[in-house]
Ligand binder design. Structure first.
Ligand SMILES: [Zn+2]
Ligand SMILES: [Zn+2]
Length: 319
């Protein structure tokens, strides 16, 4: 049996949950906290300005220090789960860092940036996704980063964006994947993930999208998230509209979650098979319709081509 996936930060960008965590901290540690930037000016010489201590809502939450119940309620934490400097100081610091990097690299050519990297940091850089030590040239240029390079290698960023586009082509989830992470998020190297995976009929609606720290297992997992124990734990909008009748039946007849999982996976496979039997004209119409209904920006010609490639290469599908 597959182990259930833990998504501790399920719904991380929802203000209701944030408020709950602040209340928890307030009860446990009190309503105020000192910003650490008074004692310790950072390397840009910026210190905290104004009142100190401050209300705890002026500090960003450290979600990964919180321990949640299976229902997503905070039950405990490791130390005080707040950033040590206040949000205002953090913003100022980030802005200063970006500006400093931009002014360093202002007149640099790409070649200059790679040379600068080698001189300053050495001949290799570790990719934050695949964790391989690679030559600097295998990373894209980013003048707002301190190193001048992205943290993720070119191959990994290409794979990631292709994977996102290709999932739409294969599974055709309904909804529009347009959630952005709040600016004050604290997830290092965030990646978007679907709570209920697309291969099981998950939608691209906001309710089905979370942000996770990118790791070797993020976004590749197809397992059932631990928070979802019964069909009725799934919100309708987490599933593509075309599968709602299956979910209705599962709730009405109290299926266990595994049975729903199988039924939805089968329905998704049936859709893929149906698409594979369409002519190019029919498939184009199908994608155009999906694009219009969900207001997305996909390239339809590419979608048809990629879908045919997928069918040809897919050994798991029995056509
Ligand atoms: Zn401060
Ligand atoms: Zn990589």
């Amino acid at each position: 049996m597959k182990k259930q996936r833990e998504t501790n930060n399920l719904g991380i960008n929802r203000s209701r949950q944030k408020e709950e965590i602040y209340k928890f901290i307030e009860n446990k540690f009190g309503p105020q906290k000192r910003c650490s930037r008074t004692l310790l000016k950072n390397k840009f010489g910026l210190g905290h300005e104004g009142k100190n201590p401050l209300p705890i809502r002026n500090f960003a939450l450290l979600i990964n220090k919180c321990i949640f119940s299976s229902k997503g309620k905070i039950i405990s934490c490791v130390k005080i789960p707040l950033q040590s400097a206040c949000i205002e100081c953090d913003k100022k610091y980030r802005r200063a860092r970006i500006e400093a990097s931009r002014s360093v690299f202002k007149d640099f050519s790409n070649e200059d940036i790679y040379l600068h990297y080698i001189k300053t940091y050495g001949s290799f850089k570790k990719c934050s996704v695949c964790k391989k030590n690679l030559k600097p040239k295998e990373f894209g240029i980013s003048k707002s980063m301190e190193t001048g390079l992205h943290n993720q290698c070119l191959k990994c960023s290409k794979e990631y964006s292709e994977a996102v586009g290709n999932r739409w082509i294969i599974y055709s989830p309904q909804g529009r994947n347009q959630v952005r992470l709040n600016e004050d998020n604290l997830i290092k190297d965030p990646s978007k993930d679907h709570i209920w995976s697309l291969s099981k009929g998950g939608s691209d609606n906001n309710e089905n999208i979370v942000f996770m720290e990118r790791g070797p297992n993020s976004s590749k997992s197809n397992s059932i998230p631990i928070e979802i124990k019964k069909p009725k734990d799934l919100k309708k909008t987490m599933i593509s509209k075309r599968y709602w009748s299956i979910l209705d039946e599962a709730i009405k007849d109290s299926w266990d979650i595994k049975k729903l999982d199988r039924a939805l996976s089968k329905a998704v496979n049936d859709l893929i098979k149906r698409k594979s039997k369409m002519t190019d004209i029919e498939l184009t119409k199908f994608f155009e319709n999906e694009k219009r209904e969900n207001n997305t920006k996909h390239n339809i010609q590419r979608a048809v081509k990629k879908f045919r490639e997928y069918c040809k290469n897919s050994k798991s599908l029995d056509f």
